[in-house]
Every structure is written in C-alpha cells, then in structure tokens.
Design a protein around this ligand. Structure first.
Ligand code: CA
Length: 126
C-alpha cells in the first residue's frame, strides 16, 4: 500500500469557474498493472485521473473521474503503465472546502506521489 497525505487550504488553486480547491499530484509506478486509488478524509472528495499533466483548458487526456466510491470518498481502479507520468486531481464536491486528506493506493507495486505546485505568475505594477 502506498500513502500520500496533504491538506487543501485556501492557498490551493481552484477548479475553473468554481470555488473548489484542488491539488494536482503526479503519479508514477515502476510496475505496470491495475492500481486502486482512494481518498481518505472528512471532506466529500472528488477525484480525476489524467495521462500526463492536468490542463484545466484541455482535459482530453482524462482517464476517469469518481465522486463516491465509499461514502463520500472517491476511488477508482485504473491500469497504469510503468514509467508513464499520470496526474491525480484531488478536489472536493462542494465549494470552499479545505482540510487534511490522504490518498491510498493498492496495486502490484509502490506508487510514487509528487504534488504539483502551480507557479503563480504575478505582475509587478508600479
Ligand atoms: Ca465524493
């Protein structure tokens, strides 16, 4: 079992045209196979999986999304190829929700999680 823990805060990016905070997490495995990915939290979570990066303006690489696998927690099983970069999008069903969470993964091998922190570009004005 692999485990990743973090916290959604008001500093996180928001889903396009919503007030739902999200965290993008890169996923890598060294062994191809079916992996079961689930959230664990007190929030009503919503998750999506992408092959490659998450691009809010182009989600053609979306593999799957899930709202409630067990209770309010998302979960899905997906075939992941070794050495291919995937992105798990961790967000919530409702707006403005923050709090700690974990993501757990079960499969033939360990899963490596790397949070993707979007660089905020700010414009300096005089
Ligand atoms: Ca949910």
């Amino acid at each position: 079992m692999s485990n990743y823990s973090n916290e959604l805060t008001t500093n996180n990016q928001k889903m396009p045209n919503t007030n739902k905070y999200y965290q993008a997490i890169e996923i890598l495995v060294n062994t191809s196979g079916y992996y079961d990915i689930r959230s664990l939290s007190n929030m009503n979570t919503y998750g999506c999986l992408y092959r490659g990066n998450y691009n809010p303006s182009d989600i053609s690489n979306q593999i799957t999304c899930n709202d409630d696998y067990v209770h309010d927690q998302f979960g899905f099983s997906s075939y992941l190829e070794a050495g291919v970069s995937y992105t798990l999008l961790f967000t919530t069903l409702y707006s403005g929700v923050t709090g700690p969470y974990s993501v757990v993964a079960y499969g033939p091998d360990k899963m490596k999680f790397t949070p993707i922190d979007t660089i905020q570009i700010t414009t300096m004005s005089k």
